[in-house]
Write a protein that binds this ligand. Structure first.
Ligand code: FE2
Length: 292
């Protein structure tokens, strides 16, 4: 076995077997509090008139463009359940945001400081990355009462390389439990199931200018994931979950009175081509940055 610099050999074995691994106390509580404050400030400063999730056709198209342009920005996205039928917010803005994405790791100093670290570089080396880059970052709120379900998926569907290199780094900004909608995953699913589809920019409509997204099937197989095998990954504030890009995972809605904040990065190995179909694209003068 090659020398490990962050994981020990039993941790690596566990990760390779399950497709996920919990690392306790990855970030100390003081730093977590700074990240939480920084996220609150981003939402405070966010001008709501710039985007919407309203359900009229025009608004949806506007939202698509806002989403597709967010790969190299700090953008805020609403919870669907934050609006009533008259398209008015039912909760205050600070409780209505689903997430911030998708380049806070590069654009915000507080998030940058916890993203480009020796620890993460060492971890990617243990996992066999040749040229690790952080492709995207998200601050996820999972708001009290209205935090929506995230249905079962593989992250490599959304961030595709061939071979699959997408790896999630999911850091708890507060305790995550079954009650407030913690991450859930199927052990071994990264090995047991093929990737069935990709989420891509859709240029099929001549008028859309690749301004929409769609799923395209891969392989000739259906998803037949064993949902009974899903296990909850309850973690404490500051803990981190490493998630293989083909690990099937989800989270249930949060109907509790407590939020479930998390800071999530997705790494890919830039040794492999980042193809133009991937929904996430960055400006040519703002490429992915290698961890070093
Ligand atoms: Fe995911």
């Amino acid at each position: 076995m090659t020398d490990l610099s962050f994981l020990n050999s039993s941790q690596l074995e566990e990760y390779q077997k399950n497709g996920f691994l919990v690392i306790e106390n990855f970030i100390d509580a003081g730093k977590v509090d700074l990240l939480r404050k920084a996220a609150e400030k981003i939402v405070d400063d966010f001008d709501m008139s710039r985007v919407s999730v309203f359900s009229t056709k025009t608004q949806v198209e506007k939202s698509d463009a806002y989403f597709l342009e967010s790969g190299d920005k700090i953008s805020c996205f609403f919870e669907e359940d934050a609006f009533n039928e008259n398209q008015e917010l039912t909760v205050e803005k600070s409780k209505a945001i689903n997430k911030i994405g998708h380049a806070i790791h590069d654009l915000h100093p507080e998030f940058k400081s916890v993203s480009y670290t020796e620890k993460l570089k060492a971890l990617t080396s243990d996992l066999g990355f040749k040229k690790p880059v952080i492709a995207q970052s998200q601050y996820i709120f999972k708001q009290p009462s209205i935090g929506g379900v995230v249905s079962p998926h593989m992250d490599a569907t959304f961030l595709f390389t061939d071979p699959v290199s997408c790896t999630g780094i999911w850091i708890a900004m507060e305790d995550a439990t079954i009650t407030n909608g913690c991450l859930q995953a199927i052990p071994g699913s990264h090995d047991n199931y093929p990737l069935t589809k990709r989420f891509v920019r859709d240029a099929s409509d001549a008028y859309s200018q690749a301004n929409k997204t769609t799923f395209i099937p891969l392989n000739e197989v259906q998803e037949d994931w064993d949902m009974e095998a899903m296990v909850p990954l309850e973690v404490k504030k500051g803990d981190m979950i490493i998630l293989h890009g083909k690990c099937v995972h989800m989270s249930y809605e949060n109907r509790s009175g407590h939020s479930r904040h998390a800071y999530v990065m997705h790494l890919i190995d830039s040794e492999y081509e980042w193809d133009e179909l991937n929904w996430l694209q960055r400006a040519s003068d703002f490429p992915f940055i290698e961890l070093n």
